[in-house]
Ligand binder design. Structure first.
Ligand SMILES: [Zn+2]
Length: 432
């Protein structure tokens, strides 16, 4: 472990970031105190490492039977770059994650069987501390678009460390940031995400806030004369909420495909706010697995191609792009308004060539209406200034050096480096 420069014999909390000091995704942080350890996040990297053996960070006891000193794994939120390796974790290591996040991932794994299945986990709740050996871990709700997203406060050996997780200040719950700033108290170390700290700054094509996204959708749908089709992530619940409210404001019904509808219902959202369209691959999956209870459960909400063909101007369909060929047959895309509510570059990529072709030949008008799930550089800097932390370590960033120039008190670390959290020395008597 790193040297302890202020009091060599003192009990300390030590940290190492396995992945994330200079990349977005694959986050994994290990903390040690009193001979025991915990891990925050076991994420899948966005780009696979060059060597297969580099995929799993070198955390003793995380992927294989250990000596019992690893007390638990805490998942900050249900995105693969934070939980994607959790299915490989040894059965003896307890995993913690928000209950609604778990419910959504369970549903998701039925429709995406090749994606990593999330193992059974213990619940995390906003501001309910979990005590494990010398560690007290308290989740603080943050706004990141998905269900149960948390910043994690770790207290051990007299030190206090806050890991921000992924968050934003321009979503529907800015009060979550205010709650942390006002109540989290004095920190020794803040591990803060810096996803949008980039050379060249923020993307100009995205809306400033989630509220602006909703307003743009309200205006577009109100002005639309024929079908409206939206493409958005089924796990971006803030976005589905925005689209659903915008559809209803225009007096249209909001239609989700069976996959997104199952996640919507699992998240506890009202089933009577949606209609359900089961796409061909989704129906095939139901037949293959004989999971007919899934279609029975939404029987009263189902919408079929004939109805979509009859009244496209009374509907907003929110679907996967894989369904474009199928819905083209209903005529809903003809002269339609299309809301692309994801990263713009995704539509321009090679994998979307046939989607673009279908939209073009139907004369569909595509509008990009989107905002990021991550805090702007301005909000990140303001957060760091307002949180009372003695040391600030950027994580989940491609640009650590720009973070160092932006965040007051920033200290850059490297992947795999252990360091001791230097505690407030005030009032401390070192007897060593
Ligand atoms: Zn992330």
């Amino acid at each position: 472990m790193g040297s302890r420069d202020w009091c060599p014999m003192e009990r300390v909390l030590a940290i190492r970031i396995h992945r994330g000091t200079h990349e977005v995704g694959g986050t994994c942080i290990e903390l040690a105190a009193d001979g025991e350890r915990i891990v925050l996040d076991a994420g899948m990297p966005m780009t696979p490492p060059r060597r297969c053996s580099d995929l799993l960070p070198d955390v003793p006891g995380l992927w294989a039977e250990g000596d019992g000193s690893l007390r638990g794994l805490f998942i900050s939120h249900p995105h693969p770059d934070h939980y994607g390796l959790a299915d490989l974790v040894d059965d003896d290591v307890p995993i913690f994650m928000g209950p609604r996040a778990q419910a959504v991932l369970r549903e998701s794994s039925f429709f995406i069987p090749w994606a990593p299945a999330f193992p059974p986990a213990l619940p995390l709740e906003h501001r309910v501390p979990v005590e494990l050996g010398p560690f007290t871990v308290t989740p603080w709700r943050v706004d990141h678009g998905a269900e149960d997203c948390f910043a994690l406060l770790v207290e051990a050996a007299g030190s206090r460390v806050l890991y921000s997780g992924d968050w934003r200040g321009h979503g529907p719950h800015p009060e979550t940031v205010e709650e942390i700033v006002a109540n989290v108290g004095r920190l020794d170390t803040l591990l803060v995400e810096g996803t949008r700290i980039e050379i060249g700054g923020d993307d100009h094509h995205i809306s400033p806030t989630e509220a602006a996204v909703e307003q743009a959708c309200v205006e577009l749908i109100a002005a639309a004369r024929r079908g409206v089709v939206a493409f958005a992530s089924a796990q971006n619940f803030d976005r589905l909420d925005s689209l659903q409210r915008a559809a209803h404001a225009a007096g249209r019904e909001f239609v989700l495909d069976l996959y997104a509808a199952s996640l919507w219902i699992a998240s506890g959202r009202p089933r009577d706010a949606i209609r359900v369209f089961a796409t061909r691959p989704q129906r095939r999956r139901i037949y293959e697995t004989e999971a007919f209870e899934r279609t029975r459960a939404v029987r009263d909400l189902r919408i079929f191609p004939e109805e979509i063909a009859e009244r496209p101007e009374e509907l907003v369909l929110c679907l996967r792009t894989s369904a474009v060929h199928e819905i083209e047959d209903t005529g809903v895309l003809l002269d339609a308004d299309v809301i692309w509510s994801m990263w713009e570059g995704y539509l321009q990529g090679e994998s979307m060539a046939s989607t673009r072709q279908v939209l073009r030949r139907n004369g569909a008008r595509v509008s990009f209406i989107h905002t990021s799930g991550h805090a702007t550089a301005t909000d990140l800097e303001a957060f760091v200034r307002r949180v009372d932390a003695r040391e600030v370590v950027p994580i989940h960033t491609r640009s650590p050096h720009i973070c160092a120039g932006t965040f007051p008190g920033a200290r850059l670390r490297t992947d795999g480096e252990w360091w001791d959290v230097a505690r407030e020395p005030e009032g401390h008597a070192c007897t060593a």
